[in-house]
Structures are given as C-alpha cells and as structure tokens.
Design a protein around this ligand. Structure first.
Ligand SMILES: CC(C)(COP(=O)(O)OP(=O)(O)OC[C@H]1O[C@@H](n2cnc3c(N)ncnc32)[C@H](O)[C@@H]1OP(=O)(O)O)[C@@H](O)C(=O)NCCC(=O)NCCS
Length: 199
C-alpha cells in the first residue's frame, strides 16, 4: 500500500555517499574501521563498563574482524553505520548510527570510548562533527539517543553535545540485569535556528 507522504530522504541516499573522515581537531578524527583496529575492538567488547551498556560479548579476533568488515555492508544496506574515533589514527572509541530510518529522516546515535581515552569529554566532541555531517551532508532532520537512566555518563555526553532531554521511556532497554527505564535525547536540524537547519 502506498504511503501518503513524501519520504524525508529517498532510499539510496546514504548508499550514494562515501563514508567520510570527519576531523575533530589535529589529532582526533572519525574514520572507517580497519583491520589494524582488531585489538581496540576486542578491548572494547572486553571492557565491563562498555559491556554494561552494550550487552554483547566477543570471543575471538575473527569475530572482531567480522564486526569491522560488516560495517561496509550495513552502510550499503542503510541500516547502521560506525566510525572509529581515533587519536593520531589509533582507534580509541566508536560512534555511529543505529535504526537509520531514511523515510522519517531519523537515526539513533551510539558511542563508546575505551577506558584509556575517557575523562576528556571525547564522546561529546565526537558527536559534534557527526551530527553536522548527518544534518548538512545527508539531510537527516532528527538524531536521537537513548540511555539507561542509570547511565549518567551517557546523559552528560548527550546534554553536552546539545541533545535535548525529551523524557523517559519506561522499561525500554534490556540489559543483563533486566529492563531499564531509558532517557531519550534528541537534536533536530531545525534546532540550529533556521528552517533548513543551516547556521
Ligand atoms: C559514555 C562514555 C562514552 C563517555 O566517555 P567520555 O567522553 O570519555 O566522557 P567523560 O569521562 O569525559 O565524562 C563525560 C561527563 O560524564 C561524567 N561522568 C563520567 N562518568 C560518570 C559516571 N560514572 N557517573 C556520572 N557521571 C559520569 C563526567 O563527569 C563528565 O561530566 P561533565 O560533562 O559534567 O564534565 C564512556 O563512559 C563509555 O564508553 N561508557 C560505556 C559505554 C556507554 O555508556 N555508551 C553509551 C551507551 S547509551
């Protein structure tokens, strides 16, 4: 059955683009994942604090490589994307989009930072160039993120990055200890003050 509205973004919008390198500053950047990042990916999936909020386990370097290689297909399928957050080209974190919905022009943010790089506000700094690229280059109109109400570090990241708190979803996120209430934060292209979102 045909829908009665025009999609915000047509199918193929993301696939038509190359995943860019996005600079944060001279040393920090967002880039695609590479084979050399296997140890960083293993370290992330072994980190108890990351596992706490990203409840998956990785058992081998092969799985880490499959995780890395899988991002190309997921970009082509316009489902999910991921960038390595790098310091002097060494992966120290992850930022990406989940639940990409081109029809609605919306996507959900995801991020983690390895313990060695935490404490300097890196995640919030990484959110900024990705948000700009999503609004200006792709044309998304809404980016949002959800975090357990117990994950106060993520709440601070979202707020610092200008993601406005929208409310609480009850028992909305399943973690290893059961269902957690979740805060939702969002940023809209039109939040920047102009109808088209441009500054
Ligand atoms: C969330 C995460 C990416 C933040 O890493 P970071 O960018 O290095 O963040 P910082 O350590 O600099 O802390 C950012 C803010 O959170 C606060 N914070 C950090 N850890 C905290 C904690 N355990 N409890 C409460 N606040 C905390 C800091 O004080 C800082 O606050 P400020 O903005 O007022 O200065 C990192 O903690 C992480 O990878 N966590 C596990 C994965 C995760 O939670 N991902 C998000 C899932 S929704």
């Amino acid at each position: 059955m045909p829908v009665l509205f025009t999609a915000v973004l047509p199918k193929g919008t993301l696939n038509a683009l190359r995943q860019p390198v996005l600079a944060i500053d001279d040393q920090l950047a967002l880039r695609t994942w590479r084979a050399q990042d296997v140890p960083a990916v293993r370290a992330a999936f072994d980190c108890p604090r990351i596992q706490r909020w990203h409840p998956r386990r990785m058992d081998s370097d092969e799985e880490a490589w499959e995780w890395i290689a899988g991002w190309t297909r997921q970009w082509q399928d316009e489902i999910r994307t991921s960038w390595a957050i790098t310091h002097n080209d060494r992966a120290v974190g992850q930022i990406g989009l989940r639940n990409i919905d081109l029809e609605q022009g919306a996507a959900e943010l995801s991020y983690w930072v390895l313990p060695e790089a935490r404490g300097a506000g890196l995640a919030a700094r990484a959110v900024e160039p990705m948000t700009r690229w999503c609004f200006d280059a792709v044309g998304f109109h809404r980016l949002f993120l959800k975090h357990s109400t117990e994950n106060m570090a993520s709440c601070r990241v979202a707020t610092t990055a200008g993601y406005v708190p929208e409310g609480t979803l009850r028992a909305a996120m399943l973690h290893v200890d059961g269902l957690h209430d979740a805060h939702v934060h969002s940023r809209l292209r039109t939040d920047e003050g102009n109808d088209d979102g441009s500054a």
